[in-house]
Design a protein around this ligand. Structure first.
Ligand code: PEP
Ligand code: MN
Length: 338
């Protein structure tokens, strides 16, 4: 249920509404827009007797929410949310390209990668210290010290870092190292305990779409994070599993405008895990920006053929530079900038 507050309601009147909601054992979530304040009501709405709020002076309208997701829905907030990451906006006019290797390998590799990411004009860097691998016998990531290699390399170029969290026991380490965006990977999209824990943090989250997750399941996963207090969520479409085997996954371009319609939160696209081949990445990246994505997550490696993980899909520094130039033209054509 959402409660629309009258435009000229006083702060005391608003507080009265929130108190009433709390008294009923429900949790109010306030969203203050430039023109309107709305309050989302979380919990069992049957506790809210018919008319319990309508009579309050601050209340303009009480609306049942038709979607199962509330806080992340456009019904709750009509205007686009811009998620700020150290002053870098996601979801506004500017498009963000996050680039970096699939996995953190060595301090030297991370330094070379950071230099290439900066040189190409990207504002943030990616890299996994903990890797979710299909086989338990393949490289699992360098682990804790990888965050130090990453932090040192990225700090030298003033690049905020994006890295995947798989285990709640690593949250303190992530906070200690000041990870700028926590990535929840495809395989953990419905790890609800992990979602609840990152929901309690004050760190932006990239929520990747599950391998076979519907748009609704993806939105509900984000709702878990938002319902626990963290509203700084960025969705990432990274290709879904279909009957097609000619490429790694199918980039669901349709999901971009659909998500834009369903949620006020930003959406970025990972063309690397979608295509699985470096030559495909520029095609998918251009399509994603043209379709309205707010950013990209692109794998790049100083020497792709030597990458310890996902070597086939990593762009070389030169390819990343060329891609950025091409994307600039696409962005301009649709009234955005990179
Ligand atoms: C990654 O970005 O490193 C990754 C493992 O991606 P995904 O969760 O989309 O497979
Ligand atoms: Mn990868």
């Amino acid at each position: 249920m959402i409660v629309i507050i009258k435009p000229h309601a006083t702060p005391e009147q608003l507080e009265h509404v929130l108190d009433r909601i709390r008294q009923l054992g429900l949790q109010p979530m306030v969203s203050t827009g430039s023109e309107r304040t709305v309050v989302g009501v979380l919990g069992d709405e049957r506790l809210l007797a018919e008319g319990a709020l309508e009579s309050l002076p601050a209340v303009e309208q009480v609306m049942p929410i038709l979607k199962p997701y509330k806080l992340v829905s456009r019904e709750f907030k009509a205007t686009d949310t811009v998620v700020q990451v150290r002053g870098i906006p996601f979801g506004g006019r500017q498009i963000q390209v996050i680039a970096g290797p699939c996995s953190v390998e060595t301090p030297e590799q991370m330094r070379a990668a950071a230099a290439a990411v900066k040189e190409a004009g990207c504002r943030l860097m990616r890299g996994g210290a903990f890797k979710p691998r299909t086989s338990p016998y393949t490289f699992q990531g360098v682990g804790d010290e990888g965050l130090d290699y990453f932090r040192d390399a990225a700090d030298a170029y003033d690049l905020p870092i994006v890295t995947e969290l798989m285990d709640v026991r690593k949250i303190d380490l992530f906070l200690e190292k000041g990870v700028d965006i926590i990535q929840i990977g495809t395989r953990n999209m419905q790890n609800f305990d992990l979602l609840k824990e990152v929901g309690r943090l004050d760190v932006p989250v990239i929520l990747k779409r599950g391998l076979s997750a519907t748009v609704k399941e993806w939105l509900m996963a984000a709702e878990y994070i938002a319902a626990h207090g963290n509203h700084r969520i960025i969705f990432a479409e990274r290709g879904i599993r279909t009957f097609e085997t000619a490429y790694r996954n199918v980039l669901d371009v349709t999901a971009i405008p659909v998500m834009k319609r369903e949620t006020h939160l930003p959406i970025i696209v990972d063309p690397s895990h979608a295509g699985g081949k470096a030559w495909l990445v520029p095609h998918l990246a251009r399509a994603a920006i043209a379709a309205g994505a707010d950013g990209l997550l692109v794998e790049t490696h100083p020497c792709p053929e030597e990458a310890w993980c996902d070597a086939d899909q990593a762009l070389s520094p030169a390819q990343l530079g060329t891609l950025m130039g091409d994307l600039r033209k696409v962005a301009e054509a649709i009234g955005r900038e990179i």
